[in-house]
Design a protein around this ligand. Structure first.
Ligand code: SPV
Ligand code: MG
Length: 568
């Protein structure tokens, strides 16, 4: 039966393991030693897991001598059972004590969804069978049969399996003793017999299987006789093969090689492409499920989302200061402009911040932000920079010019808007200077404090080079400060529009006002949040000088400063 078979996969784990033991086909189970390896075993296509005592103790860095307590083993199994829905057959060593310990073990395993346990007829504390196997004392047959009976009597799930492991061949007690023990264990109620051998050839296993003649399912561990063709086991009527320790061994050899390589070369560059990516680890941890659940259950208190900061420019008029850095890295009151902005976002719990660099992008301080680079920044405008980040937008996002300073309430209030699109417009700036008209905003209504809370929509924002009041009857209602909030369904519509604009011949020349105007033309409502000063942009040397005063006024204990009322 196939692991993907719906009947198989809806059956309980214990029923599936039992079916595997009883089926006529040769079945294979694979060692896992923690949640991650359990998941990997499942993804590889195996139908069940061997909870290897050797591997579980090794991953803790202790010996296979019951140095890890049985409760530590059971806790480890819980992680494995959570990470994979496969049946797990625990290598339960000797049962960790006498019959009473076996009873308790079986109950605890059932409670944690473990499908079965294999117990071996050695004495507690045991030693791995491949270390001086002949010197290891075996349990009395009757005493071991008592353990099997006690285990079977204490299970509440009929399908829970107890596999009895015969160590007579390992201990050098001979074939007759092995067969005698196996038969006694079968009669005591064991669901299968594991016959173990440490020879490099399968001879004694095959001889045992012949004599056994199918009295109960036979399980083998061909670690030492690994070169035997698998068909030989099939023909011998073996029921199940345990690949017992290969994932802990490959983990060890991979870790040794990579640790040595990094130590000796003092760089990661040689290993990065040879190892699992961080994203692959996230996938194995099922990080995507967490994100989906977060959307479902955290919506009330959902983090405000993400930010994109446009920081590709050198800054016209600031050339003497920006030879080796973009404008956003100019220091203002002790820290780069960009850091002020990043801190402002973080203060509103926006931690997913993408900075689009271009000019001297390597000089951008990337602490706490993701950097994407507009490689064509010299030939393109703001919209092309935004487009570099737009496809990656996954959540509500604030888009900001990188040279902005503002009082924190401005961003906080903007984030309170549920509108798909909203912008901040400073109504204290209504007269374009000769210097520039860009970003002046025309709205559906002027800022009127008597009408506080009324919905005002953006009609037009002047692009760079646009004639002052071109074709407009009225003066602008204010100046867009460079903050655009995109929420809910607005995000996909914005992405689609940027996609359309990409097709335009003049795409490379388009700026943020052009995007806002295109949104308006596409019929989108862009809500206006009016403010009156309390922000600064840095567009020239004069702005830069005054930005320092403004920033100082925003720092704690800067009482008495009145600067910061003016705008860009
Ligand atoms: C284990 O995997 O811990 C086993 C199998 O018991 S063996 O190491 O071969 O004894
Ligand atoms: Mg073991």
């Amino acid at each position: 039966m196939n692991a993907m078979d719906p009947v198989f996969s809806t059956a309980s784990r214990s029923a599936r393991l039992r079916q595997m033991l009883l089926s006529n086909a040769l079945e294979f189970i694979m060692e896992a030693h923690n949640g991650l390896s359990a998941r990997i075993v499942r993804e590889a296509g195996f139908k069940a897991i061997w909870g290897s005592g050797l591997a579980i103790s090794a991953q803790y860095g202790v010996r296979d001598n019951n140095e890890a307590s049985w409760t530590q083993v059971v806790d480890t199994l819980e992680f494995m059972a959570d990470a994979s829905d496969l049946p797990i057959l625990l290598d339960g060593d000797t049962g960790y004590g006498n019959f009473n310990n076996v009873r308790r073990l079986v109950r605890k395993l059932e409670q944690r969804g473990i499908a079965g346990v294999c117990i071996e007829d050695k004495q507690f504390p045991k030693t791995n069978s491949f270390i001086d196997g002949e010197r290891q004392p075996l349990a009395e047959i009757d005493e071991f049969c008592g353990k099997i009976k006690a285990g079977k009597d204490s299970q509440t799930d009929d399908n829970f399996s107890i596999v009895a492991r015969v160590e007579a061949l390992i201990a050098g007690w001979g074939m007759d003793e092995a067969l005698r023990r196996a038969e006694a264990y079968r009669q005591a109620g064991a669901d299968a017999i594991l016959i173990h051998s440490k020879l490099s050839r399968p001879d004694e296993i095959l001889a045992f299987a012949r004599e056994w003649a199918g009295r109960a399912p036979l399980v083998i561990v061909p670690t030492k006789y690994y070169s035997t063709p698998t068909d030989v086991f099939r023909k011998a009527g073996i029921s199940m093969v345990i690949w017992a320790n290969h994932l802990i061994r490959v983990a060890a050899s991979s870790m040794q090689a990579v640790a040595r390589e990094i130590h000796d070369s003092e760089t990661l560059v040689n290993v990065e492409d040879r190892i699992a990516s961080v994203n692959e680890i996230f996938r194995l941890q099922d990080a995507a499920e967490y994100s989906a659940a977060e959307k479902m259950y955290l919506s009330g208190s959902q983090a405000p989302g993400a930010a994109v900061v446009l920081a590709a420019g050198r800054g016209t008029g600031l050339e003497p200061l920006t030879e080796d850095r973009p404008k956003v890295m100019l220091p203002v009151a002790g820290k780069p402009l960009l850091r002020w902005l990043v801190d402002a976002f973080k203060k509103q719990s926006i931690n997913d911040i993408t900075v689009v660099g271009g000019y001297q992008a390597q000089a951008i301080d990337t602490a706490g932000v993701k950097l994407v680079v507009n490689e064509r920044h010299a030939q393109t405008g703001e919209l092309a920079s935004l487009a570099c980040a737009a496809d990656g937008l996954q959540t509500d996002t604030v888009i900001a010019y990188g040279d902005l300073l503002f009082r924190s309430y401005i961003l906080r209030d903007l984030l309170e808007s549920d509108a798909p699109f909203s912008v901040v417009v400073d109504s204290s700036h209504t007269a374009p200077s000769n210097r520039s008209v860009r970003d002046f905003a025309y709205c559906s209504a002027p800022d009127d404090r008597d009408l506080f809370g009324q919905k005002v929509l953006l009609r037009h924002v002047a692009s760079k080079g646009e004639e002052p009041d071109a074709g407009r009857a009225q003066a602008p209602h204010g100046r867009w400060i460079g903050l655009l909030s995109v929420r809910g369904t607005g995000r996909e519509r914005l992405q689609a529009l940027i996609g359309e604009l990409r097709g335009r011949d003049d795409f490379d020349t388009l700026d943020m006002p052009a995007l806002l105007n295109a949104l308006v033309e596409a019929g989108e409502e862009i809500e206006v949040k009016y403010v009156h000063g309390h922000w600064r942009g840095v567009n020239d040397l004069e702005d830069f000088r005054r930005a320092g005063d403004f920033a100082h006024a925003q720092t704690p204990f800067a009482l008495g400063t009145t600067d910061g009322e003016e705008a860009r």
